[in-house]
Ligand binder design. Structure first.
Ligand code: DX5
Ligand code: ZN
Length: 217
């Protein structure tokens, strides 16, 4: 089943609890948590404290996207009752295989994200170990950017790799997802669709979530 993961990066943090309640009510299945450190990406967002403020307020699982250097040091702090997946960037991991095993040892699913210019070949020797691969369809750091078209080919190639080598792998996409491209991306094999500005900048968050969900079911 395809799932929609609204990204908190574009939420109104003064009303975070209400906005999360709205996306949950509308049927979104996952909360995407964008963590930025101002080093790996040229922006700072928020850390585990903000994510943890939602514990007990939502049943939705957290999909944690760590856009940070040295992620190993912080993995534990993102493991909560709601945490389903922790994703690290291949570009930020000197020992990617070790970091993937570290995530799994914490009892959560392990994901690896690839920047737009990073080839799929970096996954060659870890693909079987992964639960999720996140294809970044924008350069990470900011919400509201345009989908980079070349990433659609990357998704299609990854889908072939998945079918041959790890059928349980979930392909996720993040960046520039909108009403016009979400169906194309889902049809290419993406099962976890992240959307930030498309959800939280909408005049009515609930109806926008429903509209996006309809396109991917
Ligand atoms: C980008 C973040 C994304 C971002 C997506 O660095 O990882 O999750 O919030 O935002 P939109 O959907 O607006 O491109
Ligand atoms: Zn993200």
């Amino acid at each position: 089943m395809n799932r929609l993961a609204p990204s908190l990066l574009s939420a109104d943090f003064s009303r975070l609890g209400q906005q999360v309640a709205a996306i949950e009510k509308a049927g979104a299945q996952v909360i995407h948590v964008d963590v930025m450190d101002g080093h790996f990406v040229p922006n700072i967002s928020f850390g585990a404290v903000v994510m943890k403020s939602l514990l007990g307020k939502t049943k939705l699982p957290f999909d944690v996207h760590l856009m940070i250097e040295n992620p190993d040091q912080y993995l534990e702090s993102f493991v909560t009752d709601n945490t389903e997946i922790i994703t690290v960037h291949a570009e930020a991991c000197r020992h990617l295989h070790r970091t993937v095993q570290h995530i799994k040892s914490l009892g959560v699913k392990a994901g690896v994200a690839l920047n737009p210019a990073t080839p799929l070949s970096v996954l060659d020797y870890v693909l079987e170990d992964l639960d999720l691969v996140l294809i970044m369809s924008v350069n990470p750091g900011f919400g509201g950017q345009k989908f980079i078209p070349s990433q659609l080919d990357k998704i299609k190639t990854l889908k072939e790799m998945k079918d041959q080598r790890n059928p349980k792998l979930v392909i996720a996409v993040d960046g520039g997802i909108n009403l016009d491209n979400i169906k194309t991306v889902a049809d290419a094999g993406v099962e976890l669709l992240v959307a930030g500005s498309m959800v939280f900048d909408a005049p009515d968050i609930e109806s926008r979530v429903k509209e996006l969900l309809e396109l991917i079911q």
